[in-house]
Design a protein around this ligand. Structure first.
Ligand SMILES: O=C(O)C1=C[C@@H](OP(=O)(O)O)[C@@H](O)[C@H](O)C1
Ligand SMILES: C=C(OP(=O)(O)O)C(=O)O
Length: 410
């Protein structure tokens, strides 16, 4: 557990934060690189554990692909092992084995893959036996559970002898991640079409490419939130681009309502405090990883915002809706379901002198609650959870004059 304290007034003077690279972009680039058997120059890969796990598994190719708690690594490598005809056991943490994968397994089986469940139907662990022959190229796939199944199918599509026609069924969540996959594939020379709910990727070769991974917009969101909750100041976030492949760049627009002005400059984005315009409503369907950041910010800033599109939060590293409800309550804020799947943040009116935050093995819980330190003393349990996406997070807090004192055993 660590105790976070701000050593000065909550005011930041243009500190530059060298953000980590995007694990989403990194993990896609790595799978594409593996499918092209090298010849690419990929730089700035993420330090995130999810990406380091992907690198290690691809390099060492053990019989058991233990992805730990990395959703993209599980879903992308299941498709990769299948199409490259490798016999692999796919497994991960206890939580990973509670995160559904049936939609992807069904899609892969429908093109001829042989995959078996080793424990519970629809969930890891799995035994992948490969794809003896492609028996079909038209696949219907639900879009309302996780976009990662769709991204996984798309990335293997060009190397399938018959290519793939993916028909997305129902509501499509996290659409920006599907767009990221396709745009990244296009950078590696792939032609595709997306008309209505049908994405068509013909059989073709990935082209050797030079690709630089961008800084991580999801990781950037915590610094936006910190500035929004601070009294005054500026921050400079390095390595972010205005035209990003990442849908979490939506944080610019959200935080414009919550008192942070963003100006893109050479090498990154300058954040400056401005008056709070107010955030009335936001739909997080296509940027689910921002929901925790924004809920905590609204709870601190006194914003009664209404949130929708939170459905997928229940099957991430933890049930994030439950975790948010428990932890917001510790500073007298709420995330209240006012209608089915419609949530309202009811902000804090009284701030306790100290708040102890549980992280539920979820990196985003630790990082999203950090800005509370502008109002009170914050204790974060299991601070190492940040390693999943942002191992240097606490070091970067140090750059801002935030002190971290170890307490107790974890
Ligand atoms: O494809 C990706 O890189 C991701 C997609 C999203 O998941 P879902 O599609 O399951 O919402 C997101 O939450 C996750 O952090 C990363
Ligand atoms: C949900 C996340 O990751 P994944 O699904 O890849 O485990 C996340 O990073 O917030």
């Amino acid at each position: 557990m660590i105790l976070l304290r701000l050593n000065q007034k909550s005011e930041f003077n243009s500190t530059r934060i060298p953000l980590p690279s995007s694990k989403s972009e990194s993990n896609r680039a790595l799978v594409i690189d593996a499918l092209t058997e090298g010849n690419n120059t990929i730089s700035n890969l993420a330090e995130a554990r999810d990406t380091q796990t992907m690198i290690r598994l691809l390099e060492t190719s053990p019989p058991v692909f233990d992805v730990l708690d990395a959703g993209t690594t599980m879903r992308f490598l299941t498709a990769y092992a299948t199409v490259t005809n490798q016999k692999k056991v796919m497994t991960g943490t206890a939580r990973m084995c509670e995160r559904p994968i049936g939609i992807l397994v069904e899609a892969l089986r429908s093109i001829g893959a042989e995959i078996h469940y080793l424990n519970v139907e629809g969930y890891p662990p799995l035994a992948v036996h490969g794809l003896p022959a492609q028996t079909n190229n038209k696949v219907k796939i639900r879009g309302d559970v996780s976009s990662q199944y769709i991204s996984a199918m798309l990335m293997i599509a060009p190397v399938l002898p018959q290519g793939l026609e993916l028909e997305l069924e129902g509501k499509v969540g996290s659409r920006t991640y599907i767009e990221m996959t396709l745009e990244l594939m296009a950078q590696f020379g792939i032609k595709y079409s997306w008309e209505g709910n049908k994405i068509t990727v013909p059989h073709q070769a990935y082209q050797p490419t030079t690709f630089e991974v961008e800084s991580d917009w999801s990781g950037a969101s915590y610094w936006f939130s910190l500035l929004a909750c601070a009294d005054s100041g500026e921050l400079f976030l390095e390595g972010l681009k205005e035209n990003s492949l990442q849908g979490d760049s939506a944080i610019v627009e959200i935080m414009d309502h919550l008192g942070v002005k963003s100006t893109f400059q050479k090498g990154g984005v300058l954040l400056q405090k401005q008056a709070v315009k107010g955030l009335k409503k936001w739909d997080f369907s296509h940027c689910p990883d921002l929901a925790q950041t924004v809920a905590v910010t609204c709870g601190i800033l006194g914003q009664n915002a209404v949130f929708t599109g939170l459905e997928s939060l229940r099957i991430k590293e933890t049930d994030r809706i439950h975790a948010l409800q428990q932890e917001l309550a510790k500073f007298n804020a709420q995330l209240k379901e006012i209608e089915p799947e419609v949530f309202q943040v009811i902000p804090s009116v009284t701030m306790p002198r100290q708040v102890q935050i549980h992280t539920y093995d979820d990196h985003r819980m630790a990082m999203a609650f950090m800005p509370l330190l502008t109002k009170t003393h914050v204790l974060i349990k299991e601070p190492d959870v940040v390693n999943k996406s942002y191992p240097s997070f606490w070091k970067h807090c140090g750059l801002l004059g935030i002190s971290m004192e170890k307490q107790g055993e974890s």
